[in-house]
Design a protein around this ligand. Structure first.
Ligand SMILES: [Zn+2]
Length: 203
């Protein structure tokens, strides 16, 4: 597990975070409540405000000002992003569609609307530009975040895209490439249904 102030990103060793037992164990290690606010993720840019645990419905961003309420998105190649403001936290699930639709900045806007603008953000393990091979239609959506895979084909750098989107809010990068790195979960690598979690809570 990657542990930061008010944020954490799980690894494969922490288990499938769709699973209650795995979530309980992670919560216990972090000293946070075991009941998280989560969303049915649909790869869009809708942000929900959570006031208690459980599902907020279909959304790819969640924001709260409730102390002690963990928020989480679940990923396996997509990026989880945690944003912190004074008295607020937000999480975003950003695959290429979410990033192209501005999910991270939508979360930042929702925090600003709650009078707690994001002061910093952290991006967790996700498929890196080394492995995120995309077709021309995806490449076109990221004119400023194009890269090349380790085997020489066009790819997208999700962290660069999100960093540009959030500017001037600084984005810290953690974790590695989920597909070619060891110890993550990657849908592209092996089709796993299991998921990592990006968790945030109010400081
Ligand atoms: Zn890679």
């Amino acid at each position: 597990m990657i542990r930061l102030l008010g944020a954490a990103f799980t690894t494969a060793a922490d288990g499938d975070q769709r699973d209650d037992a795995a979530r309980a164990q992670v919560s216990s290690r972090l000293g946070i409540a075991p009941a998280w606010a989560v969303a049915t993720q649909v790869h869009e840019a809708t942000v929900a405000v959570a006031t208690g645990p459980g599902s907020v419905g279909e959304a790819d961003g969640i924001v709260t000002t409730t102390p002690g309420l963990p928020l989480a998105v679940r990923t396996a190649d997509c990026a989880g992003v945690v944003l912190h403001g004074e008295g607020a936290v937000g999480v975003a699930h950003a695959g290429w569609r979410g990033a192209a639709n501005g999910i991270a900045s939508a979360v930042a806007e929702a925090m600003a609307a709650a009078d707690a603008p994001a002061a910093g953000a952290v991006i967790g393990p996700h498929i890196g530009p080394c492995c995120f091979e995309v077709g021309p239609e995806v490449l076109e959506a990221f004119p400023d975040a194009q890269a090349i895979t380790s085997w020489g084909t066009p790819s997208v750098d999700l962290a660069a895209a999100i960093e540009a989107e959030l500017d001037p809010v600084p984005l810290r990068r953690t974790g590695g490439c989920t597909r070619c790195g060891a110890g993550w979960m990657s849908h592209r690598a092996d089709g796993t249904p299991a998921r990592l979690a990006a968790i945030g809570w109010v400081l």
